[in-house]
Structure formats: structure tokens, C-alpha cells
Design a protein around this ligand. Structure first.
Ligand code: ATP
Ligand code: MG
Length: 214
């Protein structure tokens, strides 16, 4: 078989993709996974995993450094675009992209009155696009994490962030005020690999697809 490289990110995506890989008959080398190795062998000599930052997955796949990747829809919306195929919704790492604000502000706030917003987020492109489509101007402050802190210390009034259970928001006195998108992780593929490695790619997508169903 032609070799296949699959890009994954540490944390949630890796944790939730591993059971799917195992069900698809691809057992990663446990000792390598637990080490600091970034290239992981699997029980299939033709399949390797590369472990990278979540936001880097689309880049590796676009440039063909990985044939396949697993990336959150949030990441695809922000950095995706040309050069990769969104093959399959794996329905893992499910959450939602939301606008949130302090509960006190929410009591007297009506999203229908919004004209200009100061928002902290890890997703500036997606945020700008979402509000521009509704004719709302945004001053966006780009952060790399812990968005929930920003309104508490006066950096902004509102944040755009991923919400899973809502526990982190609640713990910080924030409430969800607008839904932007439902998020889950997708299997993505390099365009050239789709042609050059059609058979093994299709086989892998089918295996992961059934594993995701089951
Ligand atoms: P890095 O650690 O490189 O900064 P990250 O913090 O985005 O990346 P994770 O927190 O593991 O890494 O998130 C990876 C992906 O998991 C996100 O892109 C998103 O698709 C999904 N995700 C993030 N937060 C949640 C959540 N609360 N519930 C479910 N899925 C989530
Ligand atoms: Mg993280």
C-alpha cells in the first residue's frame, strides 16, 4: 500500500480520534504516543501519525506534509479554505462557537441592538465574518487562550469562544448570548493525495467513517 500520514493534535482531538483509529484497525505504538515523539508508528506499516498543534493541521494537510488530518470545524473555518477537502464529519470533539458576556451585562443587553462590539477571541476571522454579515462592526482582540478572563479584567465586553459543557463560562460568571456555529472534528484530505493515493485514502475514510458511526 502507498504510505499514508495522518495529522492529529494533542489533547481532545487525539484522545477522541484514537478509539476511532483502533476500531478502524490502526493501533498507534503506545510507547511512542506516551513519549515526546512527533511521528508515531502504527500497527499498519503504511500508516503514520504526526502530532502537531490543532491550528497547524490544515497547513500540514494543504502542503501535503500529511495526506489526512483531523481538525475541528472551528480551526477549518478560521484557517481552512483552498487546498484541502473536508471529507467526513467524525462527530467527535463536539462543541459550539458562541458569543459570551458577563451575566450582569446580559441582563440589560439585547443582541438586536448591537452595532459595534469589542470582542476578544482566538478566532478573529470567523468572528469578523460572522458580525460583518449582520452589519455589525467589531474591534477584535486576538488571544491564544483563556478567553474567559478577558471580560473580567476589562479587556473587552464580550468573547467568542468554544463552549462544551458551559462549566468554564459559568465558573467565570459568563453566559452565552449568541450561537455562531456547531463544531465537531472533521477528517480532511490533501487535494493531490486524493488523486495520487485515491484507493488507500478512500479505504481509510471508509474505515474511520464506520468507526465514527459505531
Ligand atoms: P493548543 O493546545 O495547540 O492551543 P487547543 O487548545 O485548541 O490547541 P484543544 O483544547 O485540545 O486544543 O482543542 C482542540 C479542538 O477540540 C478545538 O479546535 C475544537 O474543535 C475542539 N474543542 C475545543 N474545546 C472543546 C470543548 N470544550 N468541547 C469539545 N470540543 C472542544
Ligand atoms: Mg489547549
Amino acid at each position: 500500500m502507498q504510505p499514508l500520514t495522518i495529522a492529529l493534535s494533542k489533547g481532545r482531538i487525539l484522545e477522541e480520534t484514537l478509539p476511532l483509529l483502533v476500531r478502524a484497525g490502526i493501533e498507534p505504538e503506545r510507547s511512542q504516543l506516551d513519549s515526546r515523539r512527533l511521528i508515531i508508528d502504527t500497527s499498519r506499516p503504511d500508516v503514520k501519525l504526526v502530532i502537531i498543534r490543532a491550528a497547524d493541521v490544515p497547513t500540514y494537510v494543504k502542503y501535503g506534509a500529511a495526506d489526512l488530518g483531523v481538525a475541528g470545524k472551528d480551526v477549518l473555518m478560521e484557517y481552512g479554505g483552498d487546498g484541502l477537502y473536508e471529507l467526513l464529519d467524525l462527530k467527535i470533539a463536539v462543541c459550539r462557537l458562541m458569543v459570551a458576556e458577563p451575566a450582569g451585562l446580559a441582563e440589560r443587553d439585547d443582541p438586536r441592538d448591537w452595532t459595534r462590539l469589542r470582542i476578544a477571541t482566538k478566532y478573529p476571522m470567523t468572528t469578523r465574518r460572522h458580525f460583518a454579515d449582520k452589519g455589525i462592526q467589531t474591534d477584535i482582540i486576538k488571544l491564544y487562550g483563556s478567553m474567559e478572563l478577558a471580560p473580567l479584567v476589562g479587556l473587552c465586553d464580550r468573547i467568542v469562544d468554544l463552549v462544551g459543557t458551559g462549566k468554564t463560562l459559568k465558573a467565570n460568571g459568563l453566559v452565552e448570548v449568541e450561537h455562531i456555529a456547531d463544531i465537531s472534528a472533521w477528517l480532511v484530505a490533501n487535494r493531490a493525495s486524493m488523486k495520487m493515493k485515491h484507493a488507500p485514502l478512500k479505504d481509510m475514510a471508509q474505515r474511520l467513517g464506520s468507526a465514527a458511526q459505531g
